[in-house]
Design a protein around this ligand. Structure first.
Ligand SMILES: [Zn+2]
Length: 282
């Protein structure tokens, strides 16, 4: 699949005449096969190893074509990923991660909704998605005379009691803390305070959320290193060769590219310019 995507991208480069129009062009390609294979077979499988070997080969051929077309000194490459993935809990347990389990809270959320239905009607008030508890119709529920805060305190207590759950937080409380904790920092990046998220649930290491209607697959979405730590590779003449240990983020890519192109962003950007990786001009 990735080879088809890259062949298509190359055809687009040719047809649109990218890089030959007297200006810098930006080509963005998303290669999604690793995600599909990773979810279906897990990050420790032969299937994902096979996929990564294939991807490496196909990507190499693609870059080679760009170098032939433009000269390697005129191409700048950025390679990154949007997430990692937690292995199957069954394998993690076999490897000694005893807390690893599939955590399903469908029944618990359904029970809370059934209670609210009795009091206020209207069925599914509380929604749960990848560790986030949402209450989109909060004001409506409060207008029915329900003490929403106490309902959420109750949901938090029930969630805390679920095996595999490490901690439950309210986004508003996280915003008051310092961000030296990776878990706090990642939740704050993921959940804006006005997003209507009431609670965020963090699982113990190597545990994953499970859903009744989704087949057993490897999952991501936790604020853990295995799910959130991704590679960031920059390559090109304008860059300083090296491996950098400082914390960087994918939002640093746009400001860094802007600096390399001599552009001033029209509005404030989230990231920072990765000056440590920029070569001095000669
Ligand atoms: Zn995915």
């Amino acid at each position: 699949m990735d080879s088809l995507t890259l062949a298509f991208a190359l055809e687009g480069v040719r047809t649109l005449g990218l890089g030959s129009r007297g200006a810098v062009d930006l080509l963005s390609v998303s290669l999604s096969t690793t995600d599909y294979v990773g979810h279906t077979y897990g990050p420790d499988s032969r299937e994902i190893h096979d996929q990564v070997v294939r991807l490496d080969r196909t990507l190499g051929l693609f870059l080679q074509q760009l170098f032939v077309r433009y000269g390697s000194g005129n191409v700048l490459i950025v390679l990154t990923a949007d997430h990692g993935v937690t292995p199957f809990p069954e394998r993690s347990r076999a490897e000694g991660h005893r807390d690893a389990q599939r955590v399903n809270v469908d029944t618990m959320i359904a029970a809370v909704n059934a209670q609210l239905d009795e009091r206020a009607g209207g069925g599914a008030w509380v929604a749960f998605e990848s560790g986030m508890v949402l209450l989109p119709r909060r004001a409506e529920l409060a207008a029915q005379g329900v003490n929403v805060d106490s309902v959420m305190t109750d949901v938090a207590a029930r969630l805390r009691a679920v095996p595999g759950v490490a901690r439950i937080d309210r986004p508003a409380d996280l915003a008051k803390r310092d961000t030296t904790s990776a878990v706090v920092r990642r939740w704050m990046h993921q959940v804006p305070l006005d997003a209507g998220v009431e609670l965020v649930a963090t699982l113990k290491p190597y545990s994953i959320w499970a859903y009744a209607n989704v087949p057993a697959i490897a999952m991501h979405g936790q604020p853990s290193d295995i799910d959130a730590h991704v590679p960031l590779i920059l390559w090109g003449r304008a860059l300083r060769r090296g491996v950098y240990q400082e914390r960087v983020a994918t939002v640093d890519i746009a400001p860094t590219l802007a600096r390399l192109l001599g552009l001033s962003p029209a509005e404030p950007l989230d990231g920072r310019v990765l000056t440590e990786a920029i070569a001095p001009r000669d």
